[in-house]
Structures are given as C-alpha cells and as structure tokens.
Design a protein around this ligand. Structure first.
Ligand SMILES: Nc1nc2c(ncn2[C@@H]2O[C@H](COP(=O)(O)OP(=O)(O)OP(=O)(O)O)[C@@H](O)[C@H]2O)c(=O)[nH]1
Length: 231
C-alpha cells in the first residue's frame, strides 16, 4: 500500500513538473512581440576574413584584437534595428570558414534571408575563392536571397593585395552590391547591416505603388554623405 502511495505521489510530482514546464514554455511563446520583422542574416567567407570580428563590432561596438580563434560550426547573435519606425530583428549567423565545417553551413543557407559574403583585402586567396562561394550560394540558398560582397580589413594599408576596384568589378560581374569594411576601425560595418535590413524590410512591407529599394544606390549615397568612411 505504501508503495502505491509513493508511486501516486511520484506521478503527481511529475505531472506538476511537466505542467509547470509547459506553462513556462507557453509564456515564452506568447511573450509580447516587440519586433515587426525577423530576418536571418548569414556571414560567409574563408576562414580568417573577419566574420566574427565584423559581427562583434556590429553587436558590441568592439574589436576582437589578439589571437585568432576560429569559429566551430555556427554561432549566432541577435540585434534589433529600427528602420523607418519598423523594428527589424536581425538574427545573425556567424559561420565557420574552415572547409571541414562546410556541411554544417550548407544546412543553414536555405533559411537565410541575406548573406554577407566576406573576403580579406590582405589575402588574395580569400578574394579568388569568392567565385566558389557564390557558386555554393546559388546551389544552397534561396533564389531571392540578398547577397552583399564585403572586402574586409580595409584599415590595413601596407599588406593590402586586393584593390577596391577589383572588388567593385567582381561585384558588378555577379550583380551584387559591394563595399569595403573594417571590423577594426568600424568602417561601413553599421552601414552593411543597415542596408541589408532596409532591403529586407522593403521586400516584406513595400506598398504596391512604392518603388523597389535600390541597395547599391542606397549604399553609395550613404557613403557619399559620410565622406566615404562611416564608422
Ligand atoms: N586589421 C584587421 N584585422 C581584422 C579585421 N577583422 C578581423 N581581423 C583579424 O583577423 C583575424 C580573423 O578574424 P575572425 O573574425 O576570427 O575571422 P573569421 O572569418 O570569423 O574566421 P573563422 O571563424 O575561422 O571562419 C583575427 O586575428 C582578427 O583580429 C579587420 O577589419 N582589420
């Protein structure tokens, strides 16, 4: 009899626990929605081009100097931006550039709304690999994914091996917007994410008579206004 009592008590406890757990999950699910739009942005490019640093600069306004720790698999961070009074929550996925993690990254392409494709202006191989990255993007990502090419580490002068014009030419060839960035100085970092957020917001909330948002035009105008170098 005692044993049955104990069993019932145990089942009751388990029921309470499950119930409490479900309630907590429900509450989380029904949390008031603060954002009008949720967009997934993925950072891709060779290992060491500065994807993690770019994300940290954008999210925390800091530069990760010192020893380079390669990303393992995939990592993500959120940032909410306000675009024309619309709150856009960017969920930014920082992918590992190393070849051995490629199969992990492939799985995420399908759900990405935008891709920031980076090369390092001090590393010719990372620039040459952009064509292969674009092929991979066409293979795995959605057809209408927003792609922007970024030539990172633009703060470095002595060791630069890829000219700005070369980046522009390649971007034109593939019909994608382009700009140079620096996670170290902050050059164009905010602009890159803002431009993508604007494009995604326009796509989702465009009025029927509103003209299409021109990403490259917006970027060029913003850079001109800021005298080329925004940080
Ligand atoms: N000078 C300079 N160095 C940078 C910049 N961005 C990143 N770095 C340096 O480049 C190295 C690699 O940066 P990460 O952000 O870790 O590179 P990653 O692309 O995330 O590399 P994986 O995780 O392996 O794919 C680090 O030593 C950074 O300090 C930049 O804009 N300027």
């Amino acid at each position: 009899c005692n044993m049955y009592l104990f069993m019932y008590f145990f089942i009751y406890l388990k029921h309470l626990h499950t119930h409490a757990h479900t309630r907590a999950q429900d509450l989380k699910f029904y949390e008031p929605i603060h954002c009008h739009l949720l967009s997934q942005v993925m950072l891709v490019g060779d290992s060491g081009v500065g994807k993690t640093c770019l994300l940290v600069r954008f999210k925390d306004g800091a530069f990760l100097a010192g020893s380079f720790i390669s990303t393992v698999g995939i990592d993500f961070r959120n940032k909410v931006m306000t675009i024309d009074a619309v709150k856009v929550k960017l969920q930014i996925w920082d992918t590992a550039g190393q070849e051995r993690f490629r199969s992990v990254t492939h799985a995420y392409y399908r759900d990405a709304h935008a891709l920031l494709l980076l090369y390092d202006v001090t590393n010719k191989a990372s620039f040459d690999n952009i064509r292969a990255w674009l092929t991979e993007i066409h293979e795995y990502a959605q057809q209408d994914v927003v792609v922007m090419l970024l030539g990172n580490k633009a703060d470095v002068t002595h060791d630069r091996v890829v000219k700005r014009e070369e980046g522009e030419k390649l971007a034109k060839e593939f019909g994608v917007p382009f700009m140079e960035t620096s996670a170290k100085s902050g050059l164009n970092v905010e602009l890159a994410f803002t431009a993508v957020a604007r494009e995604l917001k326009h796509r989702t909330m465009k009025e029927p008579d509103e003209p299409k948002f021109q990403l490259q035009e917006y970027v060029d105008k913003e850079m001109r206004t800021a005298g080329c170098c925004r940080s």
